[in-house]
Design a protein around this ligand. Structure first.
Ligand code: AMP
Ligand code: FE
Ligand code: FE
Ligand code: ZN
Length: 291
């Protein structure tokens, strides 16, 4: 029995619809999935419904764009209550920042002689949390670039002509918002941050877990992060970070998290000292012992 706790759909920069995602999860024989679109919880209700039809268990999630010491970090929020006002408000703010960034990137591209319109990007993306991959797809679709890689290399990578820095929320705030929504905060793909000292700092802020299993964690990285998680008393999670057919082949199935890790996470969530009772809402509200 395996799970995948890191998946994207068209609600952010993945290419799968909710139906596509669940069909792929069925194909890989997954018993449980979580949807972790960037800075949104929008797809959770839909994927939960599709998963239920397919007999797949579901837990709610989002991947919050955050920063620590000027470094971009992604904090996964699991089992969050979508009715939590502070979290919903900040996710909406993050979506506004993403939309403005697309407008700024398009303006820079226009000043480079590329006649791309922000509306064309939004029309193609059809999501509230657009990002560079959508601008890249629009550039390819309009024939300005031959591939997504070319779009990133020529225009969208850091310090290229179309690049615009992204405003990110402090990591401590992301963790606080997730906890305020009764969720668990997990550092995504620590191997991509190239600074393991950040993990202990995040633990001081209340981080609950570490994504040890990830497609980019080769060459002993998974074992290294499992050891760090054990030393710091962090939960162990993992997922394929599948974005559908956005770049190469879909990565779903390349990382399968043994269910025992999910059981540990759910037990931890159920048994930890509780903050005020969840306000309800369709996702992630789990009964807690009164304390
Ligand atoms: P953003 O959050 O808007 O800065 O965009 C980050 C996304 O762009 C991540 O999902 C990356 O996987 C994706 N990305 C980064 N570099 C490339 C690339 N060379 N080709 C395609 N996608 C990329
Ligand atoms: Fe992404
Ligand atoms: Fe990420
Ligand atoms: Zn991701």
């Amino acid at each position: 029995m395996f799970a995948d706790l890191h998946l994207h759909t068209r609600y952010s920069d993945g290419t799968y619809t909710s139906g596509d995602l669940v069909a792929a999860a069925s194909g890989h024989g997954l018993a449980l999935i979580s949807l972790t679109d960037h800075d949104t919880l929008e797809g959770c209700a839909e994927v939960e419904a599709e998963a239920a039809k397919a007999g797949i268990r579901f837990i709610s999630g989002t991947e919050v764009t955050a920063e620590l010491f000027g470094r971009e970090l992604h904090i996964l929020g699991y089992l969050v209550d979508s009715a939590s006002e502070p979290l919903a408000r900040e996710l909406e703010r993050a979506q506004g920042i993403r939309q403005n960034r697309v407008r700024q990137m398009v303006a820079r591209l226009q000043s480079q002689g590329i006649p791309l319109e922000a509306e064309a990007v939004f029309e193609m993306a059809k999501c509230n949390a657009p990002g560079r991959p959508h601008v890249a797809r629009a550039l390819v679709q309009a024939g300005h670039c031959g591939s997504l890689d070319e779009a990133f290399e020529r225009f969208l990578k850091k310090d290229r002509p179309g690049w615009v820095p992204k405003e990110k929320m402090p990591a401590a705030k992301a963790i606080e918002l997730i906890h305020g929504a009764h969720g668990l905060a997990v550092l995504a793909h620590p191997g991509l941050n190239h600074d393991d000292s950040l993990i202990a700092k995040l633990k001081d802020f209340g981080l609950d877990g570490l994504e040890c299993f990830h497609p980019k964690h080769g060459g002993g990285a998974t074992a290294k992060y499992q050891a760090i998680a054990r030393d710091l008393g962090l939960l162990v999670t993992g997922g394929s970070d599948c974005h559908g057919r956005s770049k190469n082949r879909p990565t779903m199935g390349s990382v399968k998290l043994p269910m025992s890790f999910v059981d540990t996470l759910l037990d931890y969530q159920r048994n930890r000292p509780s903050s005020p009772a969840p306000t309800g809402g369709p996702h992630g509200s789990h009964p807690r012992p009164a304390s």
